[in-house]
Design a protein around this ligand. Structure first.
Ligand SMILES: NC(=O)c1ccc[n+]([C@@H]2O[C@H](COP(=O)([O-])OP(=O)(O)OC[C@H]3O[C@@H](n4cnc5c(N)ncnc54)[C@H](O)[C@@H]3O)[C@@H](O)[C@H]2O)c1
Length: 338
């Protein structure tokens, strides 16, 4: 439970879902459209966990109504849409913050501090990977406005730009490995869907000063071990420095530690650090923001970084479609950890 949050209302276009959540958590008000919720019982922070293609319209309505927003990623699908959201937020004197949360993890902080310390020398290259089998429950995951990059690769884009700095340009490739998939909704029968978004994607990011990183993501990856989709032992991000190596153990959204290989008296040594998650979880974004709002603590998660992440992802998709490298215009305040 978050001491800074009182749940006021739930809302879903599907009435039974809104009612189920209201009953489950004892929430006093229940609505079936965002407009009626915004006109109803007053509240300070809207938590937008709608399907990706609906994020923009819901965020827009909430900001226009003068509400702060914690939004699932991405805040909108097009760059112009998200720029518009940031302008409205500023005009209305409210804020919008996007998931994901991984820049607030102790492991992100540790990796940022390790890179800044120079212990690994200078880091010019990094690699990140996140994928699974694509056993999903709703059609939108596989249609335009969904896809493996927005759904999964987004975490690695946030982590690598967060640690190595803003992207200057991007080269990307994507494909559709499986043109027809079966989805398994939580509360309905399975159904087939034609896949119209990326399900196998790779991108190379150019950061500043000849630093490059590579990300691979897809719904084409074996990932289940011990009935869990979370690997506690595998590396998902590798940094290659001029004086050492650093590996993230587990996913960046659910990290388990950081392994560092460095040279000591001509011997290679591997050591594990930062195995305590502290209060961090990938689901705690709205609680984190509520705490920031209530206490004045500065959020490490920012809308500017979210906008930059979206521009990088869209550039990767555009690169595939045009066969060209794509320049990135946006930036954000970096380093995140100072
Ligand atoms: N489920 C997960 O494990 C998970 C993990 C991380 C992030 N997310 C993100 O959370 C979001 C939701 O994911 P999900 O799996 O719960 O999707 P979902 O499709 O199961 O649920 C989304 C809900 O939003 C409702 N909705 C859609 N448009 C709406 C609108 N305009 N107004 C009100 N309600 C509306 C739908 O009726 C549906 O009940 C996505 O952005 C997803 O990427 C999900």
């Amino acid at each position: 439970m978050c001491p800074y949050i009182e749940l006021v209302s739930t809302c879903d276009l599907i009435a039974s879902r809104a009612e189920h959540i209201a009953k489950k958590h004892g929430i006093p008000n229940c609505y079936y459209s965002i407009d009626s919720m915004l006109a109803g019982a007053p509240f300070d922070l809207l938590v937008n966990t709608t399907a990706m293609p609906a994020h923009f319209e819901v965020n827009l309505a909430a900001l226009e109504a003068g509400r702060n927003v914690w939004s699932e990623k991405p805040m909108g699908l097009r760059l112009a849409e998200v720029k518009q959201l940031l302008e409205i937020a500023q005009r209305k004197g409210v804020q919008i913050w996007p998931a994901p949360t991984m820049v607030t993890s102790p492991q992100f902080k540790f990796m940022a501090e390790t890179i800044a310390s120079g212990k690994l020398g200078k880091i010019y290259s990094a690699h990140a990977t996140y994928g699974h089998e694509g056993k999903l429950w709703w059609r939108w995951f596989f249609q335009k406005g969904g896809g493996s990059l927005y759904d999964l690769g987004v975490y690695n884009v946030g982590t690598l730009t967060g640690l190595l700095g803003p992207a200057k340009s991007v080269v990307g490739m994507y494909g559709v490995s499986t043109p027809m998939r079966t989805v398994h909704p939580h509360d309905g029968p399975p159904g087939d869907v034609y896949v119209t978004s990326d399900d196998n994607t790779m991108l190379i990011i150019e950061h500043d000063n000849a630093v490059f990183s590579h990300i691979q993501t897809g719904y084409t990856y074996f990932s289940e071990r011990d009935d869990k989709d979370i690997s506690a032992t595998d590396y998902t991000i590798d940094f290659t420095g001029t004086d050492g190596l650093m590996h993230l153990v587990g996913y960046d959204w659910a990290p388990h530690g950081v392994d560092i290989t460095y040279c000591e008296q001509h011997n290679l040594k591997m050591e594990r650090f930062c195995t305590d998650p502290g209060r961090y979880t990938w689901q705690y974004g709205a609680s984190y923001i509520a705490e920031c709002m209530a206490t004045g603590k500065k959020s490490l998660i920012t809308a500017e970084h979210g906008l930059h992440i979206l521009e990088v992802m869209n550039a990767a998709l555009q690169s595939q479609e045009t066969g060209r490298r794509v320049k990135i215009e946006s930036t954000f305040k970096w380093p995140i950890i100072t």
